[in-house]
Write a protein that binds this ligand. Structure first.
Ligand code: ZN
Length: 173
């Protein structure tokens, strides 16, 4: 049974730490597989579309993305019908084209902001089965990935936002 994990929110300094790479040999351990399941469960419980491990106080390079962000992507090296777990994700290429859109973050509750992001990004990562994958994400999926990978480097959307406002409810990542 997956467990709901408490979300780390500002002003916790934990959100500003650099997360550590996961050793490929550790991916299949029950500890990490349970962490992945708990992160997905927590993301849905809190109405998020993505979640990064430092948001639940685990300083490891793991992110999860809800399957709703995977639609309209064309060919991907994993199922678009399942929630995605990416380990040690690295952005290898950015489209020069960028776009401005609003974002929210479970770790910055009550605020939204307009953030300029690359429209497409090419990412290499490991999956929860330990497979190396490389793919190009577009639009909203690319935005979620950029937001979550920023978390692994201690960066929050408010650092990049052109404008920040108080928000009742937003699409949080
Ligand atoms: Zn976030």
């Amino acid at each position: 049974m997956a467990k709901l994990l408490p979300i780390v929110t500002l002003p916790s300094a934990k959100l500003r730490e650099l997360s550590l790479a996961v050793a490929a040999a550790d991916i299949q351990t029950p500890e990490l597989q349970t962490l992945f399941d708990n992160m997905i469960f927590t993301m849905y419980e809190d109405d998020g579309i993505g979640l990064a491990a430092p948001q639940i106080a685990a300083q490891v390079r793991v992110i999860v993305v809800g399957k709703d962000a995977l639609s309209d992507q064309g060919k991907l090296p994993f199922s678009a019908d399942e929630d995605l777990v990416l380990i040690n994700p690295e952005i290898q290429e950015y489209s020069w084209k960028t776009e401005l859109d609003d974002e929210g973050c479970l770790s910055v509750p009550g605020f939204g902001g307009l953030v300029q992001r690359h429209v497409n990004v090419t990412v290499q990562a490991l999956t929860r089965t330990g497979e190396t994958v490389s793919f190009t994400a577009k639009k909203y999926f690319a935005r979620v990935l950029q937001h979550e990978i920023d978390h692994l480097n201690g960066i929050l959307f408010i650092d990049r936002a052109k404008e920040v406002w108080k928000h009742e409810k937003n699409q949080s990542m």
